[in-house]
Design a protein around this ligand. Structure first.
Ligand code: GLN
Length: 544
């Protein structure tokens, strides 16, 4: 029986960075809130097989799924908005398409044919688009096409969706996201770039059904009717997407513009069922009406590009709302921290997060910061490299191994407290070869993390090559650094904590990948709660 999944494609025009990911996630959210099952997929036009080998300065954070795919950061938005997991199939790049086609060609699967962009590459793209739909579990698969219409590299994707529309005429919808710029000199909103962008799409054989128009000013009926007329769409299908205070407002703004209704009507589906956004709205109320404020430090080496830490920042927002706390982030470049300025930089902060990362740059700054928060009882959350730095710091300053280091930074260190996993040592390829995806972790009942997770067995997502070196375990444990979270299969240390500190936890995994609006991550929620407690204690001391 053919699946009746509906395919919605979201393209972007005029400029990049208009927020296709957020619009896609918001539409998905609205459809889900009406009781439909929805997933979102991203097609990225670059040649990397996946973003795992990209420097964060290129496209921001690399987001990791449960099944260990290294993906575009938009997948993080999809999960945070929908509270459901994505997978390897939710992010496909040009590189992956070509790799698969070339492998098939080498195996002789094309039976002597000349292998070409059309039909072989486009067929491969269409197959990938439909993998999720053919599972038979989704009413809607929303596919976001990366890049901007007109780019050479996204042409095969546009051609593939044109063909799909031809093949599944009742089950395809095109949404085009464009920009309506405001010219302050004349005080006017301009529709011409949108007209041109739609014209470019038409040249490729794609007529959008809905235009979502990013704008800094409301679009009145006159301008909507002009856009509708020039772009062959119904006026109700010209959707204003005005700048929002927070990305989490966008589903509500899209609902006000009836985006979901226009979509359902296009497919001849009922618009009668209620949209249940109760929990979402509760989150928004908490987020926008905090009753206290704290400032925490986020220490990393990519702080010039905040998108490098997207999931951490969003997890802090979720946890802030849960605590009715406005959490301000002080971004601290790890390279800027030294022995002399560390106190000045950190002493007034309610908590510190040391971020994940790779390589030597900024390591010493992170270690200085961790020593300061450890000695001064400031709440600390170390994530992946952040945890590894906490282990190195403890080895140096508590255990007295002055040359302790991770072998990632110094392969010759005599105290390799963080070392490469055995299985990693023979691996030469960089792409997709780290310890990736969800792994189980058993938690010791006698620990702070047990109180936080309220569970003896958890799973969390990983992305790293190095590990706590268990040959030092005893000396860490007997000197106050507990290791209450361990992988049950191989005894790898997953969590460290200091029993004598108010809140000092390091995790080898990435809790930030699992925090969603509806399910904020317990570690972040508890960390923010700890920062507010410390603030309150300070206040009461001052008042005494
Ligand atoms: N560079 C470290 C490793 O590979 C940490 C990685 C991370 O922080 N994601 O183990």
């Amino acid at each position: 029986m053919p699946s009746n999944t509906k395919y919605i494609f979201v393209t972007g025009g005029v400029t990049s960075s208009l927020g296709k990911g957020i619009v896609s996630a918001s539409l998905a959210n609205l459809l889900q809130a009406r009781g439909h099952s929805v997933t979102i997929q991203k097609l990225d036009p670059y040649i990397n097989v996946d973003p795992g080998t990209l420097n964060p300065y290129e496209h921001g954070e690399c987001y990791v799924t449960e099944d260990g795919a290294e993906t575009d950061l938009d997948l993080g938005h999809y999960e945070r908005f929908l509270n459901t997991s994505t997978s390897q199939e939710n992010n496909v790049t040009t590189g992956r398409i070509y790799k698969s086609v070339i492998e098939k060609e080498r195996k002789g699967e094309y039976l002597g044919k000349t292998v070409q962009v059309i039909p072989h590459i486009t067929n491969e793209i269409k197959e990938h688009i439909q993998i999720l739909g053919k599972k038979g579990i989704y009413d809607f698969v929303i596919t976001e096409i990366g890049g901007t219409v007109g780019d050479i590299e996204s042409l095969p994707f546009i051609e593939a969706i044109r063909q799909l529309n031809w093949e599944l005429p009742k089950n395809v919808l095109f949404i085009h996201l464009t920009l309506i710029p405001f010219l302050s000199a004349t005080g006017e909103l301009k529709t011409k770039p949108t007209q041109h962008s739609v014209k470019t799409l038409l040249e490729y054989g794609v007529q959008p059904h809905i235009l979502v128009c990013r704008t800094e000013h409301p679009l009145d009926d006159e301008i909507k009717s002009k856009i509708a007329r020039f772009c062959n769409v119904d006026q109700t299908a010209v959707i204003e997407s005005i700048n929002a205070e927070t990305i989490y407002d966008v589903p509500i703004l899209m609902q006000n513009q009836k985006l979901d209704e226009v979509v359902l009507t296009h497919f001849g589906m009922s618009t009668n069922n209620q949209t249940d956004l109760t929990n979402w709205k509760k989150f928004l109320t908490n987020h926008k009406n905090p009753n206290q404020e704290v400032e925490i430090g986020l220490i990393g080496k990519y702080v010039e590009l905040k998108d490098s830490y997207k999931s951490i920042v969003e997890s802090i927002i979720h946890a802030g709302a849960k605590n009715r706390t406005n959490v301000k982030i002080k971004w601290i470049h790890s390279e800027s921290i030294n022995k002399n300025n560390v106190a000045e930089l950190i002493k007034n902060l309610a908590g510190v997060i040391v971020a994940p990362g790779f390589g030597q740059r900024g390591i010493e700054g992170k270690i200085h910061a961790i020593q300061y928060v450890r000695e001064n009882n400031i709440p600390f959350l170390g994530i992946c490299l952040g945890m590894q730095c906490a282990v190195v710091e403890f080895a140096r300053n508590v255990l007295g191994h002055k040359d302790a280091q991770s072998t990632e930074i110094d392969p010759e260190t005599p105290f390799a407290v963080i070392d490469m996993m055995k299985e990693q040592k023979s691996i030469k390829n960089m792409g997709g070869t780290m310890r990736l995806g969800a792994y189980p972790c058993d938690i010791d009942k006698d620990s702070k993390v047990f109180d936080i997770y309220k569970s003896k067995a958890i799973t969390e997502r990983h992305r790293h090559r190095y590990e706590f070196n268990n040959s030092f375990l005893k000396s860490f444990n007997s000197n106050g650094m507990k290791t209450p979270g361990v992988n049950p299969a191989n005894n790898l240390v997953e969590i460290i904590e200091l029993s004598t500190h108010p809140w000092f936890i390091g995790v080898q995994f990435h809790p930030e990948y699992k925090s969603t609006v509806i399910n904020p991550h317990p570690l972040f929620v508890n960390f923010i709660a700890a920062t507010t407690k410390i603030k309150k204690q300070e206040k009461s001391l001052v008042n005494e």
